[in-house]
Design a binder for this molecule. Structure first.
Ligand code: Q46
Ligand code: ZN
Ligand code: ZN
Length: 302
């Protein structure tokens, strides 16, 4: 196969586009997809401070690299989840990347800063680790960005992630989740703007990007991921993609462009009329927010 642009031997093929790329043109293809996502959805501009949610995996490091390459002001935040050696190694990759790119990496450590870990919280609440983890991430990335003057939080969710979440939401007709599933979630009182600049790029593309750019990343799956529903949905969508290339992108992009708006209005209403948490000041429908309740229970148990 030859590069679609310059006819040199291709090193990556992107079946969805029925195209191969040489190294340089593949990197440019990734940049172009991110540039388009940022531009089309007004994610952020040249003067904005972007906080990248960095896990040490391929997606978040590729995202950080791409944003820096496109000239954006992007700093990283790594959240120490306390998942043993997996977390230590993941942090190592994030820190090494930051050093190499001379970029700023902030850290919040659940154990040191908040007195609990994800395995501890899962045991204390008898919830799935991913439930406690997702709640902690949403809360802490949001509050860190607000407290430190960032305009927007960018996460590394890619096309495969978003299509799998969409399939889950559609199978249950989760109208509220469908209304909030979009490449951009605008700011509202107590919530910073959130964006997903990689939603046009697949998992394979992000792995290839890291390899070609010499970015070392955490290749292990999180040990707590077993039983995560989204892994099953990803497999289903991969089967579908084999039979009919392009269907994953058509499913997700069709939703973003044509269906999301039908669910968005109801979801926006749910963010109004929130009070403030008496512990931390975050928006919440109750007296104490879900994060502070989780932290309290996990600390007592720990
Ligand atoms: S880190 Fe956290 Fe993931 Fe591990 S515990 Fe689940 S949500 S699987 S992206
Ligand atoms: Zn080329
Ligand atoms: Zn709170």
């Amino acid at each position: 196969m030859k590069c679609r642009v310059c006819r040199a031997p291709a090193v990556v093929d992107v079946r969805r586009h029925n195209a191969g790329f040489c190294r340089d043109h593949f990197v440019r293809h990734c940049e172009e997809q991110v540039r388009r996502a940022v531009h089309d959805h007004h994610m952020f501009g040249p003067g904005d401070r972007v906080l990248v949610a960095v896990s040490g995996g391929k997606d978040s490091l590729a995202l950080w690299d791409l944003l820096l390459g496109l000239g954006h002001h992007a700093e990283g935040l790594y959240l120490g989840l306390g998942i043993g050696g997996y977390s230590d190694e993941s942090y190592g990759h994030a820190a090494a990347f930051a050093r190499r790119r001379d970029a700023t990496l902030h850290t919040v450590d659940l154990a040191a800063d908040h007195g609990y870990t994800i395995p501890g919280a899962a045991a204390a609440t008898r919830r799935s680790p991913c439930g406690a983890c997702g709640l902690s991430k949403r809360h802490l990335f949001n509050s860190y960005a607000l407290d430190h003057g960032f305009d927007v939080v960018a996460t590394g969710h890619n096309l495969d992630d978003e299509a799998a979440v969409l399939l889950g939401n559609v199978l249950r007709w989760e109208e509220g989740y469908l209304g909030r599933q979009h490449p951009v979630l605008p700011a509202s009182p107590g919530f910073v703007k959130k964006v997903k600049p990689l939603y046009r790029l697949g998992e394979r593309e992000m792995a290839a990007y890291c390899v070609l750019q010499g970015i070392d990343y955490q290749v292990e799956e999180c040990p707590m991921a077993a039983g995560n529903r989204h892994l099953g949905y990803k497999e289903l969508l991969n089967d579908l993609e084999l039979r009919s290339p392009g269907s994953k992108a058509a499913f997700l992009f069709g939703f973003v462009e044509r269906a999301h708006a039908r669910f968005a209005e109801d979801a926006a209403g749910q963010r109004d009329n929130l009070g403030t948490c008496r512990e931390c000041g975050a928006p919440t429908p109750g007296e104490v927010c879900a994060f502070c309740r989780l932290r309290e229970r996990a600390r007592i148990a720990g």
